[in-house]
Design a protein around this ligand. Structure first.
Ligand code: F6R
Ligand code: MG
Ligand code: MG
Length: 370
């Protein structure tokens, strides 16, 4: 049986500011998805949040880009937006950039990570959700998980993954994609995805030699960039991603190990600062200091015929205390730089903020230096 696993997410109002999702918005989503489950549109679901992003995790058999599932998500976000307006929450409807749903939620503001695959006998899936950062924040951990033997011991030890994986990379400026094989094309891959604001890992596939079907992704990341839709900075594109684990794939612990550095990502405060990505429990998924720091949560499920077990809140564990402590130190160090790069993003990445306006205002005052 082929199952579709979807995360569709949007910021439809913050509580307070851009800190967190109000529980009443999650309650609305819970009710809407339960109804759809009863009507058999979806098999199972889990509603959660990361910071100010409302996250709809759903399983079904409608395939990716299903009009019905996208429409359900859109309607749910619209209903939650109304509630956010009633409560006076901050930035109600922030990520809903269009008025009318036209069959696919892509390009309308929400982030989407979906994959369809044949369930194995036992299928562990981890849903990762990030706030105050951008899709390229996944490049580093996804590379570590699927291509770095210092992270994933299985790449050396387990014959079933020893051949490596295929990365689908998107150039989000040129709207092109390329497939690169690891380990043989690892340096080319890194040359691209190190430039994380432009090249993002979209999916990872098993190789033809794998016992898993090579046409079915084992990981997928949302890659929507809001400024490309809106033409200006309207909030960050806080991403979500899915990773399958075990038997022929990296082990669960190898998947989580990819997040053990607290690596630097962009998107903190006004989408304009670099800072460490701190792995946290759902309980701690609220953005505070300087609207951050950027956070990631991980919910682990076992999947059976589309049904989900209760999730395990995987970063709710002292094993990640040191990563969090390090992230806090780095956060403090970065903050001391104030408006200076590399805490503040470089010029090219500030293109959609006020910086071009400052340049325009000062334009005629710039004189040629003799
Ligand atoms: C970052 C983010 C926040 C806001 C900041 C200003 O992704 O969402 O840091 O950019 O709080 O928000 P506004 O412009 O809504 O006052
Ligand atoms: Mg917000
Ligand atoms: Mg957000």
């Amino acid at each position: 049986m082929k199952t579709t696993f979807s995360i569709i997410k949007a910021d439809v109002g913050g509580w307070p500011g851009h800190a967190k999702v109000h529980p009443s918005l999650e309650a609305i989503a819970q009710k809407a998805l339960l109804e759809s489950q009863r009507e058999k549109l979806i098999i199972d679901f889990h509603v959660t949040h990361c910071g100010d992003d409302l996250e709809l995790i759903m399983t079904h058999t409608n395939g990716v880009d299903s009009k019905e599932v996208h429409s359900l998500s859109w309607d749910t976000f619209c209903e939650a937006t109304e509630k956010a307006r009633d409560l006076g929450l901050y930035g109600a409807g922030q990520d809903l950039l269009s008025d009318a749903f036209s069959g696919n939620i892509k390009g309308m503001g929400p982030g989407i990570a979906e994959m369809e695959f044949t369930e194995r006998k036992a299928e562990p899936v981890v849903a990762f959700m990030m706030d105050k950062t951008e899709p390229g924040a996944f490049n580093f951990p996804i590379f570590k998980i699927f291509a770095d033997p210092f992270n994933t011991a299985g790449l050396i030890i387990d014959p079933s993954i020893h051949d490596g994986f295929v990365f689908e990379v998107w150039d989000i400026q040129e709207h092109k994609n390329v497939f690169l094989k690891t380990p043989e094309e690892m340096y080319d891959l890194l040359a691209l995805i190190g430039a994380k604001s432009r090249f993002v890992v979209k999916r990872v596939y098993p190789k033809k030699s794998s016992k898993l079907p090579s046409s079915e992704p084992v990981s997928v990341i949302s890659t929507e960039k809001l400024y490309q839709i809106a033409g200006e900075y309207v909030g960050k594109d806080d991403p979500a991603g899915l990773v399958r684990a075990q038997s022929g794939l990296p082990a669960l612990g190898e998947v989580l190990e990819g997040f053990s550095l607290g690596h630097l990502v962009s998107g903190w405060m006004r989408g304009s600062h670099n800072g460490p990505l701190m792995p946290v429990s759902v309980k701690d998924a609220q953005c505070t200091r300087f609207d951050g720091p950027p956070r990631v949560t991980a919910l682990g499920f076992q999947l059976k015929n589309g049904k989900l077990t209760e999730p395990v809140d995987l970063f709710d564990d002292p094993a990640f205390d040191l990563t969090r402590r390090k992230a806090q130190e780095v956060m403090d160090y970065m903050r001391r730089h104030g408006p200076f790069e590399p805490h503040r993003l470089p010029m090219a990445d500030m293109e959609y903020t006020t910086l071009p306006k400052v340049m325009e205002k000062l334009g005629s005052r710039f004189k040629k230096v003799k």
